[in-house]
Design a protein around this ligand. Structure first.
Ligand code: ZN
Length: 150
């Protein structure tokens, strides 16, 4: 017999199944339905070349018809600008850290191992070694552009 309830992939609640929906993974709550649509859209963007091309074409046409839209929007919504700036800084930093970790992984590993040896030679205070590693690696990384400020 088919299960009468299921767990929503978005909100993780156990909810009754809609008898008319096949393969139901999301409940009817608005945020969950939005998450389902976003996921569908994302999948479509990745898999369907025609869909992607159509979307890019229509967006480009719209941009040509409304060239000042984003400039005016940013002037009207300074809070949006500030939030976006902050989030972009975070994304930049994340990317920088990712690139850095690929380039300097061998150096950091060596440094971390040395730190381990030093800490083992010193008295064992029973402190968390992971904490030690993370502070050491963060100290080793320097950010030339913003002086290390997140
Ligand atoms: Zn849900």
């Amino acid at each position: 017999m088919k299960q009468l309830t299921f767990r929503c992939s978005c909100c993780r609640r156990i909810v009754p199944r809609n008898p008319r929906a096949r393969n139901q993974h999301y409940c009817g709550a608005k945020p969950c339905q939005q998450a389902r649509k976003n996921k569908w859209q994302q999948n479509k963007q990745q898999k369907d070349c025609d869909h992607r091309a159509n979307k890019e074409e229509s967006q480009s046409a719209w941009r040509q018809q409304n060239p000042d839209y984003w400039k005016l929007y940013r002037e009207k919504n300074p809070a949006y600008c500030e939030r976006n700036r902050k989030l972009q800084r975070k994304r930049d930093l994340k990317r920088k850290l990712k690139n850095l970790s690929v380039m300097t992984r061998p150096i950091l590993q060596r440094r971390t191992r040395q730190t381990f040896k030093q800490s083992e030679q010193q008295e064992d205070r029973g402190s968390c070694k992971e904490g030690l590693v993370s502070t050491t690696t963060l100290d080793a990384i320097q950010f030339p552009h913003n002086g290390g400020i997140l």
